[in-house]
Ligand binder design. Structure first.
Ligand code: AMP
Length: 537
């Protein structure tokens, strides 16, 4: 027997229509390349999303086409999110911090048709345009007076294109399971892998994020998580669904002074970002003697949160709440809030709980298992591989078999190792995936190792992540020299220049007699991490 309720499709279009009707006057403030303080409203950007939809139709886009963005967080990127997805195309957000070969791989794999690009990233695309096999043209996100000179072929100006178009657009009735957006993660081994979100998964995640973050229209949100990395943790949708004023930092993501300026000028009450961003903010505040009085809540995730950072934010009365998730999870999985009785615990014990990744949010299921796949108890002691499932967890990577992402019983292995205590607080203790996260972005240890192995004096090379005060984690190169060879540390690191992204190059290299291996002959990163546990940049 079925229920008698309406089954309206859960689409991003419904969020747009709702916000346009109910929160039309809610503000969106952005720093952009061409305006340090741009102000608009939900009503105005959704009108422009309609103009954009008309532009896309005129460009000959077909349903399901992947339309790429290479842009910072600002109102134009917000328009692209809605204008593309709600017209039935797929908004493919490309991470400009990836190195050019990865961007080529991603754009070709996704078969991107058009790329909407911030002027700042035009030179990046100029370098690789000859290798892009599906792209038909480029739209630069600025007005005519700020159009850069470029060698990109078939380039158009965003504002000029929009200006000619009607605001009205007959938004299609989309199937809620149709694809809405695409984000590649490089947090796995091998080539970056695409996570293709649906309208349904996005709306369900949005509703969960709204309650998890307890959002209401009195809130002012500053997403310092990039819109090119998992939809700014869903805030692009949540802000519209809850009517929160949005403040976008544009290219000023890691700039403590600019962030403090935005927080104070716009009375930001709620912000989200990786630890590196909040370190930049508290360092600036300590140096300048500034304050951030309006900011009461901050979500921190993407990497482990240092105790010193949490204490520093406490001293500014900003409650830092740890969240955990991943691109494959849209991204939210857990969030840390204390239970009522925990508030009475001694300070140290309270911090112990607060630093954990937190408890599940409704909609996601998780378990920890040992190497044989047996489920482990939630006792806070046993650590095991962390696996998840739920309606906003990806079922397969884009154009790959389901089995490439999933275990035979349908769970997704996160590549994280964790404990879960009796109250359900999960804490990340290690990683099985062989990647390093620095300042919130991934470094492939394998690529760095391969580059180092190309040096004639290197017999074997391994790279692990070690703690770093600013970037949370940085790569450390560990090398076994060839017999009789005596390479110089600095020369070895300089050798990597040009072979991998500049920010991937380790700051240090240590020479060892031997690198530990597993029974199957692979480098044992776990043993190496144990061996260098005391090492710190
Ligand atoms: P991404 O897909 O790039 O968002 O990265 C997801 C990965 O970041 C997770 O699988 C973890 O390895 C790491 N991560 C995310 N949140 C946390 C956290 N709160 N603490 C430690 N690691 C985290």
């Amino acid at each position: 027997m079925f229920g008698d309720m309406m089954d309206d499709a859960l689409t991003i279009t419904s969020i747009m229509k709702f916000a346009r009707q109910v929160y039309s006057n809610t503000e969106i403030v952005s720093i952009t390349a061409d305006n340090p303080s741009h102000r608009t409203t939900f009503g105005a950007v959704f009108d422009r999303a309609g103009q954009l939809a008309n532009v896309l139709a005129n460009l000959g886009c077909a349903q399901g086409d992947r339309i790429a963005t290479l842009a910072w967080n600002d109102y134009r990127h917000f328009e692209l999110y809605y204008g593309i997805s709600c017209s039935g195309y797929v908004c493919h957000t490309v991470n400009p911090r990836l190195f050019p070969e990865q961007i080529v791989y991603i754009a070709n794999h996704a078969e991107d048709q058009w790329i909407f690009v911030d002027p700042a990233f035009v030179p990046l695309l100029e370098q690789v345009q000859d290798q892009l096999t599906s792209v038909r043209g480029y739209i630069v996100l600025t007005d005519q007076s700020n159009m850069p000179e470029t060698t990109l072929t078939n380039t158009m100006c965003y504002e000029t294109l929009l200006a000619d178009q009607a605001v009205d657009y007959a938004w299609p009735e989309l199937d809620e399971n149709s694809a809405s957006s695409l984000c590649y993660t490089s947090g796995t081994t091998g080539n970056p892998k695409g996570v293709l979100y649906s309208h349904r998964s996005t709306v369900l995640h949005c509703m969960a994020a709204n309650t998890t973050a307890a959002l209401s229209p009195s809130e002012v949100i500053l997403p310092v998580v990039p819109m090119f990395h998992v939809n700014a943790w869903g805030m692009v949708y949540s802000a519209a669904a809850t009517g929160c004023k949005l403040v976008f930092p544009g290219p000023k993501m890691g700039d403590g002074e600019a962030l403090a300026g935005l927080i104070n000028a716009e009375k930001v009450s709620f912000a989200l970002g990786v630890p590196t961003v909040w370190l930049a903010l508290v360092n600036y505040l300590a140096e300048s003697g500034g304050s951030i009085d309006s900011l009461t809540r901050v979500l921190v995730g993407g990497a482990a949160c240092p105790l010193s950072l949490m204490k520093a934010m406490d001293s500014y009365n900003a409650d830092l709440q740890v969240v955990w998730g991943m691109t494959e999870m849209s991204p939210l999985g857990t969030c840390n809030t204390l239970l009522p009785w925990m508030h009475d615990l001694p300070e140290d014990e309270k911090y112990e709980y607060r630093l954990k990744a937190g408890r599940l949010i409704y909609g996601v299921d998780m378990r920890i298992v040992d190497e044989a796949g047996s489920e482990l108890a939630w006792d806070g002691e046993k650590s095991g591989q962390l696996q998840v499932r739920g309606p906003w967890v990806c079922k397969a990577y884009y154009k790959m078999e389901v089995s490439d992402a999933h275990l035979p019983d349908g769970w997704f292995d996160t590549g994280d190792v964790a404990t879960i205590d009796q109250y359900g607080y999960m804490a990340i203790t290690d990683r099985t995936k062989d990647v390093i996260k620095s300042g919130g972005e991934w470094i492939s240890s394998i690529d760095v190792e391969n580059a180092a192995m190309g040096h004639p004096d290197v017999a074997e090379a391994a790279v692990i992540g070690v703690p770093h005060p600013k970037w949370t984690e940085r790569p450390l190169l560990i090398v076994v020299k060839k017999p009789q060879a005596n390479p110089d540390k600095k020369a070895l690191l300089t050798f990597l220049d040009g072979k991998i992204a500049k920010w991937w190059i380790p700051e240090d290299c240590v020479f060892v007699e031997e690198i530990p291996h597993t029974a199957t002959g692979k480098v044992s990163k776990k043993d190496l991490r144990d061996q260098f546990r005391e090492y710190s940049y």
